[in-house]
Each structure stands twice: as C-alpha cells, then as structure tokens.
Design a protein around this ligand. Structure first.
Ligand code: NAD
Length: 257
C-alpha cells in the first residue's frame, strides 16, 4: 500500500517527537496535519516549511487535546485521517501525596483521554477509506513505573491498554493499532525536567542527565526524534500489516532491565 497522498494527523506536533514523526511522514510523501493548542505564526510557518521541503500538503490545525470536543473536532477538520498519531503529552513530577489534582486531571486528559476521542472520530474515516493506522506514543512508563510520576505512568499504562482494545476491535480490518514506547528522547518535555532533577538531587546538569535521567537507559544515550519517526513510518508499512495490539520499545534497553 503506497503511503503517497495518505493523510496523517499527529497531535502535539509543533515540537519534539510529534514534529519528528511529522517530518518523517512528510519526507515519505504523506500529507500531514500538525497540531497543538497554540495558534502562533510559528506554528503555521512550520507547516509551510514542511510542505515546501517535501512537496506535500501540510496544514496546522489548532486544537486543545485537554478538551474532548476539540480532539474530535481536530479529526473532523482534517477531513481525512489514514494515520492517526496520538502524541500530545505533558509531564508533572511530584510525590503522590503532594500531586496537584489539576495536574493529575490535565495529564489524564491530554496524555490519555485525547487518544480515546481522536481514535473514536478517526476510525469511521479509516473504515471508509479501507485502510488505517493508529499509532499511540506511549512511553517506557506505559510498561514500567518511576516514583513521582503517578499521573504520567497511569495515563501511559492506560494508553497501552486502550491500544490493545482498538487492535482487537479492528483485528479483521486492514487497520492496525500499536503503541511506541520511547525511553528518554531529548525534547523540550525532557529539557524541562532537568532543572527540577538537578535541584532535587543537588547535581550539575551533566551528572543529573547521566545518573538520574539516563540511569535506567542502559545505552546511556537519548533516543532521537528521527528514530521515533522511522519507527512510526515502519508501522505504516506493509511489513507491519500483521503487527497490531502491541508495543515497540525505543528505549536503549530500559525495559530489558
Ligand atoms: P514536547 O513537549 O516537545 O511535545 C509535546 C507536544 O504536545 C507539543 O507539541 C505540545 O505543544 C503538545 N501539547 C501539549 N499540551 C497540549 C494540548 N493541551 N493540546 C495539544 N497539544 C498539546 O515533548 P515530547 O517529548 O516530544 O513528547 C511527545 C510525546 O512523547 C508525549 O506524549 C510524551 O509523553 C511522549 N514521550 C516522550 C519521551 C521523551 O523522553 N521525550 C519519552 C517517552 C514518551
């Protein structure tokens, strides 16, 4: 099945992994819908840059993934959704007894519930088109836990569970649903955790990265957004047609420990 001319919607794609996936898709000839909750000149400029670089149709559609209605509206405004990448995500680090309830709600809404809403809206389009791919960007924290990340770990485990359900509900159709579970990838989301980590463990930046952030990543290297893009592209290929309901770890060996 040629990917040329198919439409991919990538939530949370004006930065980090989502942007890396969008770049890989555009380079492979897919039309792409970029998304975030902002509506800045830079967001639309990014769409133009990708379209010009790869000769594909790239649109930026503003929608806040913390709101179910907006998540569904994103898919409707896209008009087509052959590949859905649920990637939007946020993080907050605190002990469970101090975890702010509004942060819990936001993480569950953005990191997990948005994928329910977008998938519900996209599946009828995939069925109509006779082909589809649902790719959920979960995390190593969808398979294992760390302290101080209760909402994130709960949301990512939820996403992995929902991925399996979508795969079973589409098992006899030419649609697959899988979750990619990255370990640490150097993106703004990780960058934001560095000052807190340095403070919490009283370490300099280099030590905090190696001894705390990458302590569970045996390769001692961050994964790259380009590697994530390549993995998502593989899941869209014919070679991956029988891969459904599973997780693919891109974590330098983290979950092998
Ligand atoms: P990032 O901060 O660079 O990207 C997050 C994206 O989500 C941004 O585009 C942001 O604008 C968007 N976003 C945030 N809130 C939103 C909202 N309410 N509505 C719409 N968009 C919203 O971070 P990232 O590291 O690229 O994270 C992307 C995904 O990958 C997340 O789901 C994250 O949990 C997951 N992940 C990241 C890592 C890592 O090490 N970076 C590891 C495992 C999983």
């Amino acid at each position: 099945m040629s990917l040329q001319g198919k439409t991919a919607v990538v939530t949370g794609s004006n930065s980090g992994i989502g942007l890396g996936v969008a770049r890989s898709f555009a380079a492979a000839g897919l039309n792409v819908v970029l998304n975030s909750y902002t509506d800045d000149k830079a967001d639309h400029a990014l769409a133009e840059e990708l379209a010009t670089a790869h000769g594909v149709d790239v649109r930026y559609i503003q929608a806040d993934m913390s709101k179910g209605k907006e998540a569904r509206a994103l898919i409707e405004k896209a008009g087509a959704c052959d590949v859905l990448v649920n990637n939007a995500g946020i993080q907050h680090v605190a002990g469970i007894d101090e975890f702010p309830a509004d942060k819990w709600d936001a993480i569950i809404a953005i990191n997990m519930s948005s994928a329910f809403h977008t998938t519900a809206a996209a599946l009828p389009m995939m069925r109509e088109a006779g082909w589809g791919r649902v790719i959920n960007i979960a995390s190593a924290h969808g398979l294992t836990a760390s302290p101080y990340k209760s909402a994130y770990v709960a949301a990512k485990h939820g996403v992995v569970g929902m991925t399996k359900v979508v795969a079973l509900e589409t098992a006899e159709e030419p649609i697959t649903a899988n979750a990619i579970c990255p370990g640490y990838v150097m993106t703004p989301l990780v960058e934001e955790q560095i000052p807190d980590t340095m403070k919490k463990y009283d370490m300099d930046r280099e030590t905090a990265i190696r001894e705390v952030l990458l302590t569970r990543q045996p390769s001692k290297e961050f994964a790259t957004t380009d590697q994530l893009g390549g993995t998502a592209l593989f899941l869209c290929s014919d070679h991956a047609a029988q891969i459904t309901g599973t997780t693919i770890s891109v974590d330098g060996g983290w979950t092998a420990l």
